[in-house]
Design a protein around this ligand. Structure first.
Ligand SMILES: O=C(O)CCC(=O)C(=O)O
Length: 280
C-alpha cells in the first residue's frame, strides 16, 4: 500500500483508538470504536452487502425459522468474489486497528461473514464463543462487527466482559442446539446467561454507521431481535495475529475451508492464499 495512504489511515486511527480503548479490549475482550469509518467507506460496504444479498454464495444460509416475521441471513468468505468487500478490507484502517488490538506485528485476514437481520426479525443470536467453531488455535485474534445501519441497544451485539480469558465452551447449532463440532461432553456447556443477566458483566453499545465493535474470538456474545422497520445489515471481518496456528478438525468447521487440511499441516501458521497477510 502507498505509504502516504497508510500514514493517513494511521492518523485517523490514532484519533479514534486510544490507549485506554486498547487496554479495555485486552481486559474485557470487547470494545466499540466510534466513527473510525467515513461515509464513503460505509457506502462502499453497503454496496458490497447489497451485491452479496443479490447473489448469495453456496455457503449462505438462513438462520431464522420460516415463520419468523423477518429473516436472519448469513453468508461467509466472499471477499474474493465481491470487489467492494476486498477494497473495504484492504483500504480502511481496520487492519491497523487489528494490529494494535491484537498486540501483533503481523495481521492476516481470516474471513468475512455477512449477518443481515431484516426488519422484524424475531430470531435472537444465542450466546456463544466463535473460536470453538473455527480451525485455529492461539489468542492473538479479533473480529470486527460492522453495521451499516443504526443499531439500537436492544438489537446490538452484547458481550460478557472477561469471557475471552476462557474456558472454551461447547459450540452448538443456533436453532436446535446440537453438538456438531466438539463431541458431546468434551467441553462444558454455557451457563444460561439470559436467565440470570444481572449475574454477568454484560457490555453492549448502540451503534451509528461509522462505529463498529471489536471482540476476541473467545468472548461470549449474543444479539437481540430487530424491532420496527430498521434493517440490521452487518459485515464482520475476522483477523489473525502472530500466534495463530492451524488446528484442522475431524468435523466441518464454520466456516469450512474444504481442502485446507491437506494443504496446511496442523500447527502451521495460516500461510495460505485464503488468508492473505495484510500487514507483514
Ligand atoms: O450478528 C449477529 O447477530 C451475531 C454476530 C456474531 O455472532 C459474530 O459476528 O460472531
Amino acid at each position: 500500500m502507498n505509504p502516504s495512504f497508510t500514514m493517513a489511515l494511521q492518523r485517523r486511527l490514532q484519533e479514534r483508538l486510544s490507549d485506554q480503548l486498547v487496554a479495555d479490549f485486552q481486559r474485557d475482550g470487547a470494545i466499540c470504536i466510534r466513527q473510525l469509518l467515513n461515509a464513503d467507506e460505509v457506502a462502499l460496504l453497503r454496496d458490497g452487502i447489497e451485491a452479496n444479498l443479490a447473489a448469495p454464495s453456496p455457503r449462505a444460509k438462513v438462520a431464522s425459522r420460516p415463520d419468523d416475521p423477518g429473516r436472519f441471513f448469513e453468508d461467509f468468505c466472499n471477499w474474493q468474489q465481491i470487489a467492494q468487500f476486498e477494497r473495504f478490507i484492504r483500504e480502511t484502517p481496520l487492519a491497523l486497528a487489528a494490529q494494535r488490538l491484537m498486540a501483533s506485528e503481523t495481521v492476516r485476514l481470516y474471513h468475512d461473514h455477512l449477518l443481515v437481520k431484516e426488519p422484524g426479525t424475531r430470531q435472537r443470536t444465542p450466546w456463544h464463543q466463535d473460536q470453538p467453531y473455527y480451525n485455529i488455535e492461539g489468542s492473538q485474534n479479533v473480529s470486527m462487527w460492522i453495521p451499516v445501519d443504526p443499531v439500537t441497544r436492544a438489537a446490538t451485539l452484547e458481550f460478557v466482559a472477561g469471557s475471552h480469558k476462557g474456558p472454551w465452551l461447547m459450540p452448538r447449532t443456533f436453532m436446535d442446539h446440537q453438538a456438531k463440532w466438539f463431541p458431546e461432553g468434551s467441553l462444558a456447556d454455557l451457563p444460561d446467561i439470559e436467565a440470570a443477566r444481572d449475574r454477568f458483566p454484560i457490555l453492549g453499545w448502540d451503534i451509528e454507521p461509522g462505529d463498529f465493535v471489536c471482540f476476541h474470538m473467545l468472548t461470549l456474545h449474543a444479539a437481540g431481535s430487530v424491532e420496527g422497520a430498521m434493517r440490521r445489515r452487518v459485515f464482520s471481518v475476522r483477523f489473525l495475529g502472530d500466534d495463530i496456528r492451524h488446528a484442522p478438525r475431524r468435523w466441518a468447521t464454520s466456516p469450512d475451508f474444504p481442502g485446507l487440511a491437506e494443504a496446511l499441516p496442523a500447527g502451521a501458521p495460516m500461510d495460505h492464499p485464503l488468508f492473505p497477510q495484510l500487514i507483514a
